[in-house]
Design a binder for this molecule. Structure first.
Ligand SMILES: N[C@@H](CCC(=O)N[C@@H](CS)C(=O)NCC(=O)O)C(=O)O
Length: 153
């Protein structure tokens, strides 16, 4: 049985795209926290737009996961069809930028010095409140504006 508490040995892989603000939440974390690239390998996905001008992220060409799945359709890798996705060496996958950040900080944070979140419960909740504003309230509307401008351009 898998020990799901221990981080599996080997590098994790973050499937992301530079135009994705959700991906950027995780790549900013990696940079600001000084996570060594040997701990989390960055894997840039492909990017296309569909007939409505809506962004569609695809599996990266020539990646071992793409070859294993035998398709560049991202939904074969992540049924949500979104980035970012964190892939663990044992094959487990994590989606959603917030839980990805929490997981990374839980397994890597001890070696990175000061904790990501304040110790004080109120201040921790405040930090999460701001993250929720971005992820749950702001981003869905921001995407709508981008999609609409692509459709009407
Ligand atoms: N709540 C998710 C949002 C992820 C998300 O919407 N990612 C966008 C890029 S910023 C995406 O992959 N969109 C493709 C789609 O929705 O089909 C998170 O925080 O990770």
């Amino acid at each position: 049985m898998t020990n799901e508490t221990a981080p599996p040995a080997g590098p994790m892989r973050l499937f992301y795209h530079p135009v994705s603000s959700a991906s950027m939440r995780v790549t900013l974390y990696l940079g600001c926290r000084g996570v060594p690239p040997s701990s989390v390998e960055l894997v840039s996905t492909g990017f296309e737009t569909d007939h409505r001008g809506i962004p569609v992220f695809t599996m990266p060409a020539d990646d071992p996961e793409t070859k294993r799945l035998d398709t560049t359709d991202l939904t074969a890798f992540n049924p949500e069809g979104r980035v970012p996705v964190l892939l663990l060496p044992d094959g487990r996958k994590m989606t959603q930028s917030g839980p990805i950040l929490d997981y990374l900080d839980d397994v890597l944070g001890a070696d990175l010095g000061r904790p990501m979140l304040p110790e004080d419960p109120w201040r921790r909740a405040e930090a999460r409140r701001i993250a929720w504003i971005v992820a749950a309230d702001t981003q869905p509307y921001q995407k709508g504006i981008i999609y609409e401008s692509n459709v009407t351009a």
